[in-house]
Design a protein around this ligand. Structure first.
Ligand SMILES: C[S@@+](CC[C@H](N)C(=O)[O-])C[C@H]1O[C@@H](n2cnc3c(N)ncnc32)[C@H](O)[C@@H]1O
Length: 221
């Protein structure tokens, strides 16, 4: 793993992610068990991205590498670069991709150390809601910069289910994820931010009773 002396933005809690890295995979598996399994849900997200074997791909906020691994499994001469601020989360990721074309780089999403037009595709799963709004806007701009023209950014994140049926989940998210995340999950907010970042919206789908959203956007040619 490439490791520079990265200074995290002030909101970022390195120790929190160090502790969380030990249980993250277990907890996400547990959370998705009633919905047919975590890997099945994630695999669908990756399958829909039309990955080509030679693609050069970035997985921002890669964490423990569950998405990175599925992306890497579709590559032949291509490569996926997982980027995260937590060396501990990425240490778990590294264990998952043995023999696959994946590398890791410690960096913040709002300061990506890659030249303009480096990647064919980009992914972020459950990463953008972790960032305060100004950092998230900058991270979207950075992904725009490092994608090639025509490159597609595939976003998977939480969504606030509407109506009385979604009330419990809205309260849960507001309490446990904080205000910037709650605001980002309001209908149309994240896709609006991606549009403001210069992207064309290809599609936006809600999944699992509206608790998740998948957005595909493209950097114009
Ligand atoms: C909820 S985890 C998601 C991990 C993984 N993408 C997944 O699908 O399971 C969020 C990750 O975002 C990372 N993160 C938060 N802010 C970041 C930033 N500014 N730059 C890079 N990574 C960040 C955290 O370290 C953590 O690993």
């Amino acid at each position: 793993m490439m490791q520079d002396n990265v200074t995290p933005p002030s909101y970022y809690k390195t120790d929190y992610w160090k502790r969380y890295s030990k249980v993250y995979d277990f907890l996400t598996r547990l959370l998705f068990t009633p919905f047919g399994g975590e890997e099945r849900f994630r695999r669908k997200f990756v399958d829909e991205a039309n990955i080509q074997p030679r693609d050069n791909i970035i997985d921002m906020c890669c964490g423990t590498g569950a998405t990175t691994r599925l992306v890497a499994g579709k590559l032949k001469d291509g490569q996926v670069t997982g980027v995260d601020l937590s060396p501990d989360m990425m240490a778990r990721a590294k264990e998952k991709v043995t023999g696959l074309p994946a590398v890791f780089q410690q960096a913040s999403g709002d300061n990506l150390p890659f030249p303009e037009g480096t990647f064919d595709k980009a992914f972020v799963s459950y990463g953008l809601h972790e960032m305060p709004t100004p950092i998230r806007h900058e991270a979207i701009k950075q992904i725009y910069k490092v994608l090639k023209p025509g490159g597609v950014f595939n976003v998977l994140d939480y969504n606030l289910p509407q109506g009385i049926g979604g009330l419990g989940i809205r309260v849960f998210i507001r309490v446990f994820e904080g205000l910037p995340a709650y605001q980002m999950m309001q209908p149309g907010v994240l896709s609006g931010e991606l549009k403001d970042g210069g992207f064309e919206i290809l599609n936006r789908r809600q999944r699992l009773l509206g608790m998740f959203q998948i957005i595909q956007v493209r950097k114009p040619l």
